[in-house]
Design a protein around this ligand. Sequence first.
Ligand code: BG6
Length: 480
Amino acid sequence: MKMQEGFLWGGATAANQFEGGWNEGGKGPSTADMMTGGTHTTPRRITPILEEGTYYPSHQAIDFYHNYKEDIKMFGEMGFKTFRMSINWTRIFPNGDELEPNEEGLKFYDDVFDELLKYNIEPLVTISHYEMPFGLTKKYNGWAGREIIDCYTRYCEAIFNRYKDKVKYWLTFNEINCLTMPLGAFMAGGILINGTENAELSNGAKDNEQIRFQALHHQFIASAKAVKLGHSINPDFKIGCMIAYMCNYPNTCNPDDILLTQQKDQINNMLCSDVQVRGYYPGYAKRYFEEKGIKIQMEAEDEAILKAGCVDFYSFSYYMSLVASSDPNQENSSGNLLGGVKNPYLKASDWGWQIDPKGLRYTLNHIYDRYQIPLMVVENGLGAVDVIEEDGSINDDYRIDYLRDHIIQMEEAVRDGVELMGYTMWGCIDLVSASTGEMKKRYGFIYVDKDNDGNGTMKRIPKKSFNWYKQVIESNGEEL
Ligand code: BG6
């Protein structure tokens, strides 16, 4: 079927995973710049002090910083209507607590937005995507400190004012619900759980829910303030939330499995969007906090701030589905941010994520039923190992199959009555994996010649999926 006129087809990226130029143009170090490479089996490390001889994937990434013209040209060739990217906070405020923004950083994004607009590509900007100034981690332990709300607001004010005529679509935080999960502490919150000496423990080996949920509260307040501020700067801004949607199925019809599934949906998925879409904490969150002994420190004005800063649309990432079981002896499977139990009806990717296109239709209906506001799929894709054939081609039929199956289900959901604004496929150009730090886990329509250790020519090569997606966009979703 054809999508509605103006449907936003495109691709998605994040600054720390593709931009590089980590210490150029006055940019300061971000939390992402302190994360080493890793693999599927070796977790990335957080090094509070940069280690000589250690490889940090974000430092060069795929060097969009110097290649943006060439890369955007290729997005233009595919016919992108939108491009999701994030701004590197530390290009604008290198330490995070300066009072004036860094002009060179602002200028860089002016150039990038101009280049996108030249091809009629609408920028969709994530304000903070898994990075923040490392200076704020050192000073306030990241989002654990309430002071950071003001730093974020100043950052938003600078970019909203500067780009108010170039950018209409904004997302306040990438996958804000990541802070409901142990993995999120450093990646999403810039929090070192036990101080710098035990930094690596914030990967989730040791956890502190009290700190994570307090940090999340600060992000809610910051997000609500940004929405209000953005609308006052340009009433046409559309500002959304962004959730890593963890589609969960009960393992059996045992009521314990059903309740567990519901609770996971509430805490890991809906808590954040309930606050950001409706403007207040849901009742189940209060019970969860009480039972876990979590005490959220709130200021008198917080309730009103949340209420006044509800988002305009709901965006989310969707890669796979999970299964919840109250039986601890079930076989486990891995997944994006969280794992679950193995689903015998689904195949998994090489990284163990259970591929489930129909789960996307289910998810779109589930979310729309609850909020009745426009939705957008801002991440969906397959991380796979690509092979260059002798003739130089890359035949990623597995990626085309994955995307086609998901787009079919997305269109089914639109037929079901879901209001959908757009679809941006994740990692439209190969980039660094967030979870493992690898290059080998590739998502792109465009191959980038670089390996896990940083070697390669950085040459860009369109894969078979490049022309396939071009035809999808040209036909507005009809020719899959
Ligand atoms: C999402 C993140 O969770 O998943 C992205 O927003 C990330 O930053 C994407 O890259 C895919 O995950 P990974 O670990 O394969 O890069």
